[in-house]
Design a protein around this ligand. Structure first.
Ligand SMILES: [Zn+2]
Length: 255
């Protein structure tokens, strides 16, 4: 084992000093001093020469993967809490569902909130994430579009299966804003797999809490496409799930 600044001290791997082609920071590696946020390192030949033709995950990957206390969030906004949510008669049910979902002993680990864009669904996602994070839960929050874009990055770096495995089993998963534009067949298939896995685990007494918001409808409605049926059916199972229409009017300026 070398003592160089960029040496890993396990598995004979070394880190490139210049990221070069790996110019993207991987979310699990943020702050890692070994790979400097790349998430990957080059292995080292027995001769000691660095094998630049190969990459393998940095040790931070395993830390991230096996550390249940890690709290993942993206774009968490500390100002969007349950307390300052603008309650109305029309969004009360969605608010209640989110509030109960965020409680440690929530009777339903699956919540799907649907309704028009801008009606406070994102605020509810943020409030759930903040509450659950404060309770010590490991939360991942992202828009679905961001998640799919992460997937594309992991496809490129050939570790998509490992990435999906992590996301599938994450204790609390909050996906905001499922919209028709981001739902290619590929995306639907992967999302279904994730939801399916979490549903089965939840049915087997290992609640993998899952919160999803969308502007799609439960059935085709004018030009609004329906929620993919397999996904809807998981959330609609009263044993674990709850599907709520957030009927608030759009209160963003200009909408
Ligand atoms: Zn690292």
């Amino acid at each position: 084992m070398g003592q160089g600044r960029f040496h890993r001290n396990t598995q004979n791997s070394e880190v490139v000093e210049d990221p070069g082609e790996f110019n993207q920071v991987n979310e699990w590696a943020i702050g890692c001093k070994i790979c400097k946020g790349l998430g990957f390192v080059h292995p080292v030949f027995p001769s000691g020469r660095i094998n630049y033709s190969k990459v393998e995950p940095c040790v931070c990957w395993d830390k991230y993967r096996f550390q249940p206390a890690v709290i993942r969030h993206r774009g968490l906004n500390p100002s969007q809490t349950f307390d300052n949510f603008q309650l109305s008669k029309r969004n009360q049910e969605a608010y209640d569902a989110a509030r109960i979902f965020a409680e440690p002993d929530s009777p339903y680990p699956f919540v799907l909130i649907y309704g028009s864009t801008g009606c406070g669904k994102t605020h509810l996602c943020q409030a759930c994430a903040l509450t659950m994070q404060a309770n010590g839960d490991a939360v991942r929050l992202s828009t679905l579009a961001d998640f799919f874009s992460d997937c594309r990055n992991h496809l490129d770096s050939k570790d998509i299966e490992r990435y999906l495995e992590i996301v599938r089993g994450w204790p609390v998963l909050i996906f905001d804003d499922m919209k028709a534009e981001s739902l290619s067949n590929w995306a639907v298939t992967h999302l279904e797999d994730i939801i399916d896995f979490r549903y089965r685990e939840s049915m087997n007494g290992n609640p993998l809490r899952t919160f999803l918001t969308t502007n799609l409808d439960v059935e085709p409605h004018g030009n609004i496409p329906p929620i993919p049926p397999r996904i809807l059916s998981r959330f609609s199972d009263y044993k674990v799930g709850k599907v709520v229409l957030n009927q608030d009017i759009d209160h963003r300026p200009g909408n």
